[in-house]
Write a protein that binds this ligand. Structure first.
Ligand code: PMP
Length: 434
């Protein structure tokens, strides 16, 4: 589909042509380039509620939600108001500011496993720091991660990574020294025997295990019953730090994340996305004895010019307060998720297509796959070409899904009502048209 110019401004195609000359791939984050689904990306002029307005004047119902943060929809008046008020006071101080204290109070209140928390500027920084803390605290070097889990783009974690790294065929990035990669043990998710074997083979050497407790970066995958308990148990027995990366799931699936839903207490938790209300943010928190290893209290160094930024704190606090102030918000989001899942499964049945739609709350994904998806190996057996056709059929109908077969979709409270009904229609028609 060719993108037309909007209100005399430049069209997406014109903007992309300019961008490609100056920005690698024309984008500031790889998945945005639409490489795996084909075609060229649209540029967004503005966003409100469940809707994106493109530079071409198209309105799209958005199921990417800025990759997770927009749980209240785009440009929510309470968040906009909080940022505007903070802006009046200044954009950055480089000193402690009162909003950081309020943010720490909110996070520790909602995540009881988090006794102390440090703010940073992205999920990548949060997980990078979590790994360093686990190593500093235990005095060990090796870490375990799971194939298809994405924890941002630091060296230790860009190994068999999901999300854009997987989409673009480089789950093991060039530029990561082999000597670093050797310290990262990659295991299949949902495989307790592999976990047992890794701990048995590396006695006293594993600093920590980092996991997306529900995976959202290889499509959406849930743990088998008992898997997360096993993870908690084995890490505790071996003195390894258990890190739940809840950058995506934190505040999205429950106020207290997956750890609340599954009743598991990790040692460290990483957060991002929703806690920034759409501004750049990350956080790392957990046991006080581990967190006190961070400078200036302890020997593990971490810092940030813009950490605890007053605008990001204001946006994040507003987003968290909205969630806290809406009783039943997670049940409402889950109802939306189920409505979409059921519509997709009905349409696939009508069409005779093998489709898996794992869904929990406001996260779901569509795998064109005969069998349930439980790890990286089964996820990557899905038909990514068919997903690309589905993606474009939806986009032509005005519904924007993630431009990759290996990403989760996100819902917001703003999807309630007209947007969800329209999206179900468009997605049904798109599936039938395949
Ligand atoms: N961890 C998880 C689970 C994520 O989903 C992401 C980003 N999608 C990150 C870490 C990295 O966050 P950021 O993009 O803010 O660096």
């Amino acid at each position: 589909m060719s993108n037309q110019s909007f209100q005399g401004g430049q069209s997406s195609d014109q903007l992309f042509a300019r961008a490609r000359r100056l920005i690698p791939g024309g984008v500031n984050s790889p998945v945005r380039a639409f490489r795996s689904v084909g075609g060229s990306p649209f540029f967004v002029e503005s966003a409100r509620g469940a809707t994106l307005t493109t530079a071409d004047g198209r309105e799209l119902i958005d199921f990417v939600c800025t990759w997770g943060p927009a749980i209240h929809g785009h440009n929510h008046p309470a968040i906009r108001g909080a940022v505007a008020a903070a802006l009046e006071r200044g954009t950055s101080f480089g000193t402690p500011n009162p909003a950081e204290v309020e943010m720490a109070e909110l996070i520790t209140q909602f995540f009881p496993s988090v006794k102390k928390v440090r703010m940073c500027n992205s999920g990548t920084e949060a997980t990078m720091t979590a790994i360093r803390l686990a190593r500093g605290f235990t005095g060990r070097d090796k870490i375990i991660k799971f194939a298809g889990c994405y924890h941002g783009h630091s060296d230790s974690l860009l190994i068999k990574a999901g999300s854009g790294a997987l989409t673009h065929g480089n789950p093991d990035s060039a530029g990561v020294p082999a000597s670093f990669a050797r310290e990262t043990i990659v295991l299949p998710y949902n495989d307790t025997a592999a976990l047992d074997a890794a701990f048995a083979a590396n006695p006293g050497e594993i600093a920590g295990v980092i996991v997306e407790p529900y995976c959202g970066n290889v499509g959406f995958i849930m743990p088998d019953a008992g898997y997360l308990e096993h993870l908690r148990d084995i890490t505790a027995r071996h003195g390894a730090v258990l890190i739940f990366d809840e950058v995506m799931t934190g505040f999205r699936l429950a106020r207290g994340g997956v750890q609340e839903l599954e009743n598991i207490v990790p040692d460290l938790t990483t957060l991002g996305k929703i806690i920034g209300g759409g501004l750049p943010v990350g956080a790392i928190g957990g046991r006080a004895d581990i967190m006190d290893y961070l400078a200036p209290e302890g020997p593990v160094y971490q810092a940030g010019t813009l950490s605890g930024n007053p605008l990001a704190m204001a946006a994040g606090i507003a987003a968290l307060k909205l969630l806290d102030g809406e009783p039943g918000v997670y049940a409402r989001l889950d109802a939306l998720g189920r409505q979409l899942r059921d519509a997709l499964l009905d349409a696939a049945k009508q069409k005779g297509l093998a489709l898996q739609v794992p869904q929990r709350g406001s996260m779901f994904s569509a795998f064109f796959n005969d069998a349930p998806v439980r790890d990286y190996a089964t996820a990557t057996k899905s038909d990514a070409k068919l997903y690309a056709r589905f993606f474009h059929a939806c986009l032509d109908g005005g519904v924007y899904l993630a431009p990759s077969a290996y990403e989760a979709a996100f819902l917001s409270t703003a999807h309630e009502g007209g947007a969800i009904a329209r999206a179900c229609e468009v997605m049904t028609k798109a599936l039938i048209s395949l």
